[in-house]
Design a protein around this ligand. Structure first.
Ligand code: FES
Length: 166
């Protein structure tokens, strides 16, 4: 097992991070511990948010895009905010300049949902993230667990519409 030389710092002083860290340590900080680590975040905090995903990704040396993918794919995980479907738009520099800045605006207008919030009917959460580690695919978004790269706002909207109609 390849243990990280230095364990990344937890997002806050909250003691519940120790539980998460212990879970990952027991697995030797192996990337395969991803689901178990997220499970432990969910149990300790009741939801999975961006700071916890970032922490787990760093500890396990897993791309953040994968962590977003897993967290949004399994309905077991409660994202914060929580909608039946989730669209995460990356607003890191590479994605922003390639059009995601406009995409998030277009999605927000089309589905009447503010950034970081869920539609009134609870169907769709619109989240944004800083770089999710897949810049080569910029602009990148994650829709219900699927990493979607090189997509225009119109393509993202069409994909979300398909997800909502399932
Ligand atoms: S800036 Fe979006 S993946 Fe890196």
């Amino acid at each position: 097992m390849r243990m990280p030389t230095k364990i990344p710092q937890a997002p806050s002083e909250d003691k519940r991070w120790r539980i998460v860290e212990t879970t990952m340590r027991r697995q030797g900080f192996d990337p395969h511990a991803l689901i178990e680590a997220l499970h432990s975040v969910q149990q300790a905090f009741g939801f999975v948010d961006e700071s916890s995903m970032r922490y787990v990704a760093t500890c396990l040396r897993v791309p953040l895009s994968k962590v977003y993918g897993v967290s949004t794919f399994y309905h077991h995980f409660t994202l914060k905010p929580q909608g039946k479907h989730a669209c995460v738009v990356c607003l890191g520099t590479a994605c922003y300049i390639k059009g995601n800045g406009l995409a998030v605006k277009a999605i927000s207008e089309r589905f009447k949902v503010k950034e970081g919030q869920t539609t009134d009917d609870g169907q769709l959460s619109l989240l944004t993230a800083r770089c999710i580690g897949a810049c080569g695919l910029a602009p990148v978004s994650v829709i219900d667990g699927e990493v979607v790269g090189k997509s225009t706002a119109a393509e993202l909207i069409a994909k979300i519409e398909r997800s909502l109609s399932k």
